[in-house]
Design a protein around this ligand. Structure first.
Ligand code: AMP
Length: 192
């Protein structure tokens, strides 16, 4: 099993984010779950890769050529795939993985999380997604996702694909038993 982790290329303001990334990396290694991530050595990205490697876990990085210098490619990974574009990076990270975990992060992290969530709504994949809600980082986002359902823009079964937990181990366990619905937005609408 492999889990794709999206997280900040910075550390953020709260030291708890770095500690959570280290705990998740160690937890993946302990459970024999491979880490797939963006391949950088900076910020929380570097922290989680270092922790997984230190625990004896396997780590695959996928980095676009254009970012190879900017994000400083991690030199100690089991595999580093250099791809030609950001699109190819996201597609390859998703193909290689069985589930996704989203740590605290910035614009890139949000974009990656929402893209894989969209793909599940369209039936492109049926892989669960979990927010690691360190120190309540994702409380407001979760409130907003509920608001999307209340306002009838998102179905509850699609909203519920985005799981959450504050504890890395508990989140991995939720993902392991999660069943992603095969209900596809557009196909369903044509039935109405
Ligand atoms: P950030 O959350 O902004 O610190 O970025 C985390 C990761 O997302 C980094 O590897 C960024 O290169 C990546 N990233 C930034 N912008 C995008 C984007 N538009 N699409 C996909 N990934 C991105």
């Amino acid at each position: 099993m492999k889990i794709c982790v999206f997280c900040g290329s910075s550390f953020g303001r709260n030291g708890a984010y770095k500690r959570a990334a280290a705990r998740l990396g160690a937890e993946l290694a302990n459970r024999g779950i491979g880490l797939v991530y963006g391949g950088a050595s900076v910020g929380l990205m570097g922290t989680i890769a270092d922790a997984a490697l230190a625990g004896g876990g396997s780590v695959i990085g996928v980095l676009p050529e254009a970012l190879a210098d900017l994000e400083i490619a991690h030199q100690g990974l089991d595999e580093l795939h250099i791809v030609s574009s950001m699109h190819e990076r996201k597609a390859q990270m998703a193909d290689l993985s069985d589930a996704f975990i989203v740590l605290p992060g910035g614009i890139g992290t949000m974009e990656e999380a929402f893209e894989v969530w969209t793909w599940s709504q369209l039936g492109v994949h049926a892989k669960p997604i979990g927010l690691l809600n360190t120190d309540g980082f994702y409380d407001r986002l979760q409130g907003f996702l509920d608001h999307l359902v209340e306002e009838a823009f998102v179905k509850k079964i699609h909203r519920d694909i985005m799981l959450s937990d504050e504890e890395p181990g508990a989140l991995i366990e939720k993902l392991a038993v999660a069943e992603v619905p095969r209900d596809r937005k557009w196909i369903d609408e044509t039935k109405r």
